[in-house]
Ligand binder design. Structure first.
Ligand code: NAI
Length: 340
């Protein structure tokens, strides 16, 4: 790539420009739900990402203001705002990565599943447009309940004849972010060095952090591990309660969404060994979708990594989560919405 850019630069007689813009491929990222609690800080973080050349911000309301604001930041990408369904096609055309934080968030006392009726309809419409305007894009699904919205997206893409299981991701990165933070705090180790895989799904007990595989190693009692596991599983609810009716995690979610989208872009650009946990079509268990470590590449999922050795506590957690995860997946796959 460097040789190619030198050649291009000599040809054009403009070395600096060629190095800065052509060594890194052009990549369009679209954020759907860009004016929301997650969408706005996520738009900001994607504007800061040098791998993005075009940032497309779509929402049903308030996008012009968000786009104008973000567009003044002096970083690489060109920003465009789109509002309303008649502009959705333009927002999506040519996108390499589509991030979906559109939909309603939880209020205290609600489970993610309580969001199903509203968000399933939103996700359905957005995925139909993705199938039409950017069928090859990597789709990063943030809208909850992820355990059901990802299977819905898969069915929509199948119906449209565009489904590629390597390109559909449920974003579970926030569970990993939380597990790392809570583990580092308890183990008193620098958080930047911590790694913790989180597998299963993205709701309550379906979130299964594998602290037995966490690095650097710490000497935790069974009770400590239980408490860390529970705090990771309830992390979203902790924020929902603290926000007391004003929504769910937005800032930490935007960070997590930006990390995952960055990993997708790196994979697309051919960076080796990009591994993140994600909820994808999978055969590492008997369930059709499952979150685990995934190697990302030029076509999306390059390899789904196995679960590795589990502690007895994690083995129990794995068996306990399967019925709930199975029924959430089936709720998505069999949704009546898909028949309409
Ligand atoms: P929010 O209500 O602040 O923002 C949602 C945005 O979506 C709004 O701007 C709204 O106008 C927009 N929207 C609604 N219908 C749309 C449509 N048809 N097309 C495009 N945009 C549309 O909600 P927030 O806090 O940003 O949360 C968004 C979603 O993310 C929720 O479903 C929430 O449960 C989920 N979430 C997922 C997490 C995860 O770890 N995967 C973590 C936290 C939240």
């Amino acid at each position: 790539a460097i040789l190619r850019s030198i050649k291009t630069s000599l040809f054009r007689g403009n070395q600096c420009r060629a190095f800065s813009s052509e060594a890194v491929p052009d990549r369009k990222v679209a954020v759907l739900g860009a004016a929301g609690g997650i969408g706005q800080p996520l738009a900001l973080l994607m504007k800061l990402n040098p791998l993005v050349s075009r940032l497309s911000l779509y929402d049903i309301a308030n996008t012009p203001g968000v786009a104008a604001d973000v567009s003044h930041i002096n970083t690489r990408s060109e920003v465009n705002g789109y509002m309303g369904e008649d502009q959705l096609g333009q927002a999506l055309e040519g996108a390499d990565v589509v991030i979906i934080p559109a939909g309603v968030p939880r209020k205290p006392g609600m489970t993610r599943d309580d969001l199903f009726n509203i968000n399933a309809g939103i996700v359905k419409n957005l995925c139909q447009a993705i199938a039409k305007y950017c069928p090859n894009a990597l789709v990063n699904m943030i809208s909850n309940p992820v355990n059901s919205t990802v299977p819905i997206a898969a069915e929509i893409f199948k119906k449209a004849g565009t489904y590629d299981e390597k390109k559909l991701f449920g974003v579970t990165t926030l569970d990993v972010v939380r597990a790392k933070t809570f583990y580092a705090g308890k183990a008193k180790v620098p958080v930047a060095e911590v790694n913790v895989p989180v597998v299963g799904g993205h709701a309550g007990i379906t979130i299964l952090p594998l602290f037995s595989q966490a690095t650097p190693k710490a000497n935790f009692s069974d009770e400590d591990i239980k408490a860390l596991t529970k705090r990771t599983q309830d992390g979203g609810t902790e924020v929902v309660e603290a926000k007391a009716g004003k929504g769910s995690a937005t800032l930490s979610m935007a960070y997590a969404g930006a990390i995952f989208a960055d990993a997708c872009l790196k994979g697309l650009n051919g960076v080796p060994d990009v591994v993140e946990c994600s909820f994808v079509q999978s055969n590492i268990t008997e369930l059709p979708f499952f979150a685990s470590k995934v190697r990302l590449g030029k076509n999306g999922v390059e390899e789904i990594l196995g679960l590795g050795p589990l502690s007895d506590f994690e083995k129990e957690g794995l068996e306990a989560l399967k019925p709930e995860l199975k029924s959430s997946i089936e709720k998505g796959t069999n949704s009546v919405l898909l028949k309409l």
